[in-house]
Design a protein around this ligand. Sequence first.
Ligand SMILES: [Zn+2]
Length: 103
Amino acid sequence: MKIRKGDTVVIIAGKDRGKRGKVRRAWPDEERVVVDGLNMIKRHSRARRAARQAGIIELEAPIHVSNVMLVCEKCGNPTRVSFRFLDDGKKVRICNSCQEMID
Ligand SMILES: [Zn+2]
């Protein structure tokens, strides 16, 4: 997947469009990520046995990777990513904006 845990991304769709955040979790199979503090949803919850107070809690909702763009650490631009194989066979991500290796 083009986006991984720990990446900085910018949201390109929805109410948080234009905001940046760090990817906290990634689900490659579903092509979804959770970005710290973004795409919040409100959940109404009842007090449960163990934890959590009753009331409204805010959670980050997973967002599809097509709705985010990777922000390149090298050039700071939101960018598309391409892949390249190194001589040792390792697959790395390349910033399409500055052509630098991201990994
Ligand atoms: Zn770059």
